[in-house]
Ligand binder design. Structure first.
Ligand code: TA6
Length: 284
C-alpha cells in the first residue's frame, strides 16, 4: 500500500513560513525542501510513516531563519573555525529553484552585496536532491566564479531522527581520529567501532570512512559520503539542549546529527574551479 503524506511538515504549514516544495516517487517516498537555506526539511522513504529526519517543532520557519533540523547547508565556514558568523550564511539565505519535479530538486545560491560584505568572494552553490524509494541523496557543488582563489569550510549538517538516543549505535568510526569540541578541540582516537550516546557529543572525525551505519531499536540507516573528508557527530545532550530555545524539552533524545563535512582543512578553489560532494542516506 502506498502511504502519502502531502501536508507540509510543521511548523512550515503557516502562511508566514518560508516557501517549501515537495518531491516524491510513485511508490510514496517524499521529501520537503525549503528555499530558505536550500534546506531539506523532511524525508520519508516509501512505506514508512515516520520521518527519517529530525525537525524541531519549535524551529523558526520564517524566511531568513536558521532552521533547527533537516539538512542545513553550512558554507563558507563550519562552526566557529574562523572569523565569520558561526556556520556561515548559506543556511539563512533565500535560494533559487532551478528544478523541482518528480523525485528531484535543484536549487542555487549566488553571491550578492550582503554575502560579499561577510565573505568577499563571488560564488555559485548548487544543491541537488534526489529521492529513490529507499534513499535520499544530497549533492552540493561550489563554483568559484571570482578571479581569486577562495577557501572555505562547509558541511551538510544532517539531523537524523532517532527513536531513543540511548539505544543508538553509530558504527564505522573505530580507528578514526577526532577533534573533541567539548574538550577545546583536543585530538583523540576512537578505539571502539560503535559509538553510543548519553552526555553531549560534538566531534569532528578527520578523514572519516565513506560509509557509516546507524542503528536504533526501530530503524537502520546507511550513510554514504563522497567528496567530504570529515564527519561531524553532534548531540547536544540534556543540558545544552535545554538551553536551546528552538528545541522542545527532551528533543535531544530523538535526534543525532551526522554531518558530511570539510572542516579540518578548508577547500581551496582556484578562480573558475568547482568542487562537488554528496551525502546519501539509505534505508538498511
Ligand atoms: O555541527 C556541530 C555544531 O557545530 C555544534 O557545535 C553545535 O553548536 C551545532 O553545530 C549547532 O549549531 P547551531 O548554530 O545551529 O546552534
Amino acid at each position: 500500500m502506498v502511504t502519502l503524506h502531502q501536508n507540509p511538515p510543521k511548523p512550515f504549514d503557516t502562511p508566514e513560513s518560508a516557501e517549501i516544495r515537495r518531491i516524491s516517487t510513485p511508490a510514496g517516498s517524499e521529501a520537503w525542501i525549503c528555499a530558505n537555506g536550500g534546506h531539506v526539511l523532511s524525508w520519508r522513504p516509501a512505506g514508512e510513516v515516520e520521518d527519517r529526519l529530525f525537525l524541531s517543532s519549535k524551529t523558526d520557519s520564517k524566511p531568513g531563519a536558521s532552521i533547527r533540523g533537516g539538512i542545513p547547508v553550512i558554507f563558507p565556514q563550519f562552526g566557529t573555525l574562523g572569523e565569520l558568523p558561526k556556520h556561515g550564511f548559506a543556511r539563512t539565505r533565500n535560494w533559487r529553484w532551478l528544478k523541482c519535479e518528480a523525485a528531484q530538486a535543484c536549487l542555487e545560491l549566488t553571491d550578492d552585496a550582503q554575502t560579499r560584505e561577510v565573505w568577499p568572494h563571488p560564488f555559485r552553490l548548487t544543491l541537488d536532491v534526489r529521492l529513490t524509494d529507499q534513499s535520499l541523496e544530497v549533492s552540493l557543488s561550489v563554483e568559484n566564479s571570482g578571479d581569486q582563489q577562495a577557501s572555505f569550510t562547509l558541511a551538510l549538517h544532517t539531523y537524523l531522527h532517532v527513536d531513543d538516543i540511548a539505544s543508538v549505535r553509530l558504527s564505522g568510526l573505530g580507528g578514526c581520529r577526532y577533534l573533541d569540541a567539548t574538550a577545546q578541540m583536543a585530538e583523540s582516537l576512537q578505539t571502539e567501532d560503535a559509538l553510543g550516546f548519553g552526555p553531549e557529543c560534538d566531534r569532528i572525525y578527520i578523514g572519516a570512512p565513506e560509509v557509516l551505519k546507524l542503528e536504533d531499536v526501530k530503524r537502520r540507516l546507511a550513510l554514504r559520503q563522497s567528496g567530504f573528508k570529515d564527519t561531524v557527530v553532534w548531540n547536544p545532550g540534556p543540558e545544552k539542549a535545554a538551553a536551546l530555545a528552538d528545541m522542545d524539552a527532551h528533543a535531544e533524545q530523538h535526534m543525532l546529527c551526522v554531518e558530511a563535512a570539510m572542516a579540518e582543512h578548508p577547500v581551496r578553489l582556484a578562480a573558475g574551479a568547482s568542487w562537488r560532494a554528496s551525502q546519501m542516506l539509505v534505508v538498511a
